[in-house]
Design a protein around this ligand. Structure first.
Ligand code: RFL
Ligand code: PHB
Length: 389
């Protein structure tokens, strides 16, 4: 088998890249380790920047998003038992859209299937070869059969634990990392959201986030210790703890019900540099991780593949290396700004195990300043709605 671009991974990065390349007239094959149903069962991100929505529109995957997604003009910060609204639209002229990553993935998969785009699901032993030369190829086993896919370029869109970054010689890549001393325990439930906008809460008992998927489905998170076990968290215990981290009015308004998903995710900041090695390009979580506090992970993946699709189209169709030579630097400039924002918001709103009374007062003072200064709120809003490409 032969294609112009072999894409490893059928998450949002790989799927969106496939569609952007198709728009540009470049052929691709996606190789995915898991089954379609497995990929579609993952519950993850919920907030899309306007730039991400524009890219989904560009490839013709925006119809359901515009019908069912919830445009949000603001978010709330809750601390000291009071809620403070950040007027995203008023401060930036932009908004965000609440629409689940699961739905984005489904829309892109359906579009690809309808257009006859090739995806190999349940590919085992995926291995990347000769990407430091001029004729790269990918091998994998599918249904017990060893298969070879020849290509001009490989796009590593296979997430943090994927094979792509791991295939690059260690001396050619430098990583930067911060592992946070806590995780997020998340719950999905078919109950109306406590508020029509997201609430980011910094309380003495730790961080909490009130988010949603629709007018009838809520997504809530609470900061938890890294050694917490999901079996120890009954739904009742989760709701009780969440209530304790909210202001009295929200706690009283909180609607509870049985969870339909519950999981613990660790928090990490991570960047691998550069995002290119020969004919292999990394995009999305394969190259960088942000803690979810800023809602940036999926949006960064979209930004990467925007740059990468332009660069690969230039290389494949015009034989010009200018775009692929600039890809890593262009993408990393935006990535580091989102890393900074996500790290900052995480540090501001979470309780750290070793936090001294002085550091707690610093957090409080920064939060007080933030909601009293239009400039500070504008800086938050500008980053939250997404920096320009
Ligand atoms: P993905 O989604 O991990 O997809 C990678 C795909 O590659 C496959 N794969 C392989 N395929 C072939 N061969 C191999 N060897 C392979 N190894 C792996 C995997 O099966 C998978 O299908 O990465 P991608 O496409 O880069 O997308 C990144 C996003 O998924 C991620 O950044 C976001 O989910 C992060 N995130 C959020 N981002 C936002 O923008 N807004 C949010 O509100 C938001 N909330 C979140 C989040 C992530 C969370 N968790 C669980 C980490 C909330 C949470 C709780
Ligand atoms: C979500 O709805 O899953 C979500 C929203 C905002 C975040 C993180 C996760 O910052």
């Amino acid at each position: 088998m032969r294609t112009q671009v072999a894409i490893i991974g059928s998450g949002p990065a790989g799927l969106l890249l496939g569609q952007l390349l198709r728009e540009a007239g470049v052929d691709s094959v996606i190789i995915e380790r898991k089954s379609r149903d497995y990929v579609l069962a993952r519950i993850r991100a919920g907030v899309l920047e306007q730039g991400t929505v524009a890219l989904l529109d560009k490839v013709g995957a925006g119809a359901r998003l515009h019908a069912e997604g919830l445009p949000h003009d603001g978010v709330e910060l809750l601390f000291g038992a009071r809620r403070h609204r950040i007027d995203l639209a008023g401060l930036t002229g932009r908004h965000v859209t609440v629409y689940g990553q699961t739905e984005v993935t489904r829309d892109l998969m359906e579009l690809r299937a309808a257009q006859g785009g090739k995806t190999v699901f349940q590919a085992d032993e995926v291995a990347l070869h000769d990407f430091d030369g001029s004729r790269p190829f990918v091998t994998y086993r599918h249904g017990g059969v060893e298969t070879r896919l020849d290509c001009d370029y490989i796009a590593g869109c296979d997430g943090y634990h994927g094979v792509s970054r791991a295939s690059i010689p260690a001396q050619a890549i430098r990583s930067f990392e911060r592992v946070y001393p806590f995780g997020w325990l998340g719950i999905l439930a078919d109950v109306p959201p406590v508020s029509h906008e997201l609430i980011y809460a910094g309380s003495e008992r730790g961080f909490a986030l009130c988010s949603m998927r629709s007018a009838t489905r809520s997504r809530y998170y609470i900061q938890c210790a890294l050694d917490e076990r999901i079996e120890d968290w009954s739904d009742q215990r989760f709701w009780d703890e969440l209530r304790l981290r909210l202001d009295p009015a929200s706690a009283a308004a909180l609607k509870t019900g049985p969870s339909i998903e519950k999981s613990i995710a660790p928090l990490r900041s991570f960047v691998a540099e550069p995002m290119r090695f020969g004919r292999l390009f990394l995009a999305g979580d394969a190259a960088h991780i942000v803690p979810p506090t800023g809602a940036k992970g999926l949006n960064l993946a979209a930004g990467d593949v925007h740059y990468l699709s332009e660069a690969l189209a230039e290389a494949v169709l015009e034989g010009s290396a200018a775009g692929i030579d600039a890809y890593s630097q262009r993408a990393l400039a935006r990535v580091w700004k989102a890393e900074r924002f996500s790290w900052w918001l995480t540090s501001l709103l979470h309780r750290f195990p070793e936090q001294s009374p002085f550091e707690q007062r610093m957090q409080q003072a920064e939060l007080d300043y933030l909601v009293s200064s239009r400039h500070a709120m504008a800086a938050l809003a500008e980053n939250y709605v997404g920096l320009p490409y």
